[in-house]
Write a protein that binds this ligand. Structure first.
Ligand code: 6IA
Length: 140
């Protein structure tokens, strides 16, 4: 299974500490195309090797190639919102994970979207369990 992991970069790295744990869990189910999103050295300036157009083209191709998209949506991100919308338009299964301990409210465009499975977790292990349940269901 090819998995697109989406998480905030330019939107802010406030939730980035949890991304590697989620990526580890995803790697037990398949190939994660976007492991770099969890790179703790990546700051809000994003990748410096590629220009913005190259990043966009590559990421859109990967969304289209992926079987599923898993998005960590606690820190709001234009890029993650775009990727969710594109994955939905392409008929992909989508899981959105939101940390309900955060002092934020999740956008109705995710929360109210029946095309997105949303799980509001209260610990990293709850988020990992949600990933395991979702991907087991998707691949059955
Ligand atoms: O709007 P955001 O940057 O928070 O969007 C994050 C999402 O878009 C992630 O899920 C990535 O897949 C993708 N993305 C956005 N920017 C980048 C990036 N560098 N490098 C890799 N993936 C990205 C941004 C550099 C830019 C300032 C020129």
């Amino acid at each position: 299974m090819k998995i697109y992991f989406a998480g905030s970069i330019t939107g802010g790295r406030d939730s980035a500490h949890v991304y590697p744990l989620l990526i580890d869990a995803l790697q037990r189910h398949g190939t994660v195309l976007t492991e770099h999103v969890g790179d703790q050295a990546l700051d809000g300036a994003g990748e410096t090797v590629l220009d913005a157009e190259a990043i966009f083209t590559r990421d859109v191709d990967w969304v289209d190639e992926a079987d599923v998209l898993i998005a960590e949506v606690t820190t709001p991100s234009l890029g993650v919102g775009y990727e969710i919308g594109r994955a939905e338009a392409k008929g992909k299964r989508i899981l959105a994970l939101f940390d309900r301990r955060a002092e934020r409210k999740l956008s109705a465009m995710v929360r109210g979207n029946r095309g997105v499975t949303t799980v509001q977790y209260a610990s990293a292990s709850e988020a990992v369990s949600a990933i395991d349940a979702f991907l087991t269901e998707v691949s059955s």
